[in-house]
Ligand binder design. Structure first.
Ligand code: ADP
Length: 307
């Protein structure tokens, strides 16, 4: 076999209270990638979308992730990679992670699955370092594992896939730019003990709520007293969206990754659609262009579609 097609899903990092540790894969949107083995050495990228992403392997997150992987694959030759990106770069929906995760899962398939999913996360993290300056795994991990994941520790990689009750996810992506590096820079470096206590209560509460399928506990735990108060200042309409979506019945939600996308979880599909209307109303009134999705949690992660 020398060719594979994959779908690489969007992901929501942080899940409100779990900055840099929680993440969730979405059923939609997803990127499509085709990867073929070639006798001609080198990695060649073709983009068939409108985003003009770099084609040099060392500037494309997928190239960097693949190069990290190939250091561990003896006798590899060349690769032709075609990317149809549906997850807009800089959306906060794990666009870079989808490319990094997608390519390592695809190539693992082509080399007879010699690597574990943890190995693939380690390789893909090199791509995240290129995109944001730091190695983080909160998007990569759910993208590869599917579902909702906890990265308990990154340098001794310790991944904990979490089960969850059925939930719908509504996402709004206001078409404004928030640079991941800016969103990181404005964060306070120190945390008050009283805030830390609230935050770890919520993190533990969210894990327990997901495992016990306790929607009330999930809802109460979707609170972030450390990151959101600072980062939300970069997203016009954030407070109104959050308040109105909760009034419309959402369990809760917040900034997706470093923004500007905002996500909300709902127990019922009808609520998730109502939440979408609320989001549309707010951004229409603010005169800011936007894109919305009503979707579910994706339990497959990067999916092999055909060979
Ligand atoms: P997101 O939060 O949606 O993941 P990021 O801002 O983290 O978006 O990553 C997007 C950045 O990574 C952009 O600067 C983009 O040019 C760069 N990049 C390089 N290669 C890719 C790729 N294959 N897919 C997406 N982004 C890429």
């Amino acid at each position: 076999m020398n060719k594979v097609k994959v779908h690489a899903p969007a992901t929501v990092a942080n899940l409100v209270c779990g900055f840099d540790v929680f993440g969730m894969a979405l059923a939609e949107p997803y990127d499509v990638m085709w990867v073929s083995l070639s006798n001609e050495p080198g990695i060649r990228f073709t983009h068939i979308d409108k985003y003009n992403l770099p084609t040099q392997p060392e500037k494309n997150v997928a190239g960097v992730a693949l190069m990290a992987m190939l250091e561990n694959v003896p006798g590899h030759k060349g690769f032709d990679v075609v990317i149809d990106k549906q997850i807009k770069p800089g959306s906060g929906l794990g666009s870079s992670a989808a490319s990094s995760a997608g390519i390592v899962v695809a190539v693992n398939h082509l080399v007879n699955n010699i690597f574990s999913r943890e190995d693939l996360v380690r390789f893909a993290m090199h791509g995240e370092k290129l995109a944001s300056g730091v190695k983080h795994a909160d998007n990569i991990t759910p993208c590869i594992f599917g579902g909702i994941t906890l990265v308990r520790s990154i340098f001794q990689l310790d991944i904990v896939p979490l089960t969850a009750p059925p939930m719908y996810v509504t996402v709004v992506h206001p078409q404004i730019e928030v640079k991941t590096s800016d969103a990181r820079q404005i964060l306070r470096k120190e945390v008050q003990l009283k805030d830390a206590i609230k935050q770890w209560g919520n993190i533990a509460g969210l894990v327990a709520g997901l495992l016990k399928e306790d929607y009330g506990l999930i809802s109460r735990s979707l609170e972030d007293v450390i990151i959101e108060p600072v980062r939300s200042m970069l997203i016009p309409g954030f407070d109104e969206v959050k308040r109105s979506c909760k009034e419309a019945g959402a369990l809760g939600g917040g900034i997706s990754g470093s923004g500007p996308s905002i996500f909300m979880l709902s127990k019922e599909e009808a609520t998730a659609k109502q939440v979408e209307n609320v989001m549309k109303d707010v951004y229409t009134r603010l005169g800011i262009e936007f894109r919305t999705y009503v979707t579910t949690v994706n339990y497959k992660g990067v999916e092999i579609i055909s060979e």
